[in-house]
Design a protein around this ligand. Sequence first.
Ligand SMILES: Nc1ncnc2c1ncn2[C@@H]1O[C@H](COP(=O)(O)OP(=O)(O)O)[C@@H](O)[C@H]1O
Ligand SMILES: [Mg+2]
Length: 351
Amino acid sequence: MASVTISNVGKSFGAARVMQGVDVSIDDGEFVILVGPSGCGKSTLLRMVAGLETVTSGDIEIDGRRVNDLEPKDRDIAMVFQNYALYPQMTVAQNMGFALEIAGRPKAEIAAEVRKAADILSLTPLLARKPAQLSGGQRQRVAMGRAIVRHPKVFLFDEPLSNLDAKLRVQMRAEIKALHRRLGTTIIYVTHDQIEAMTMADKIVVLNGGRVEQIGAPLDLYDRPANLFVAGFIGSPAMNVLPAAPAGDALLVIDRFRLRRPDAATGTTLRYGIRPEDMLIGGEAAVEGIVEVIEPTGAETHLTLRIDEHVLTMVTKERPAVAAGDRLAVSLAPGRGHLFDAESGIRLAGC
Ligand SMILES: Nc1ncnc2c1ncn2[C@@H]1O[C@H](COP(=O)(O)OP(=O)(O)O)[C@@H](O)[C@H]1O
Ligand SMILES: [Mg+2]
């Protein structure tokens, strides 16, 4: 097990600078997820930690040792890719033991390691099969098994679940989490899926355009997003973001909702953000809107509401007796909103 420190790391491909000044420190045994939209640099950062990509500037340390110039094989890490990269002509057992065989380890030791990993991953009955005879989830487990047998200091995962169907993804999420609990190995895991990040990580790093937007525990990011980017990226359905302006002691949201003005609400370019579940049906100073879409999911109801030219999303545990086209009065739960500066995007206060 090991800590990983990424200090002021930058990356250029030729003239294209794709990463600038990224700082992330990962504790021994921590499960850290890098999340962000496609092209933001997640894979590049992971590949730099693995040694598959050179570091243009800054430093990467594993367990306090600078590894910038170390070969991948000398870094004591194991990477699990999206496409699994299994050898089709080898059995599951051979696939899992291959790295140890290359390393010249004795046959009995390899067999023991493979047996242990197969037991952890429930692969024991499948050891004699070829990859073509396995389901997607089973192949994914073999890919993890191949990493486990090496007892690496750090596991790196690059979107390992994105080729699986939705149900299997949920199951594998739980399996990888259980695996982490059992082995206690440091994990750096890349995904573009914020739900995956929220449900699995000890700590999330939100990347955007080659920069870190915020680092924090899942619910900290949800409850206190540092800026509009994180506010919009974490949470589904996404946070409602509406124009707001101070008016004396009040804060006016879309010129309709009247809230108490936080001290920080001084500028004119303000945005007010509120999560769909923090919009209430009725309530104090409710404002009428028109229901555009109503989606009962059973456990909750999703509503799309139009107020003037603004479209708002609501999620409620209630089952409101409304249909598309009906009027509905709604309010903003006091203290559950966020105030942002529209230009910098930075969160100024709760409100
Ligand atoms: N080998 C490469 N050569 C040139 N540009 C690259 C290379 N690999 C990645 N990039 C660019 O670097 C940026 C980050 O890519 P990547 O790390 O793959 O993003 P992500 O994994 O977040 O989708 C993108 O703009 C991508 O086009
Ligand atoms: Mg990628």
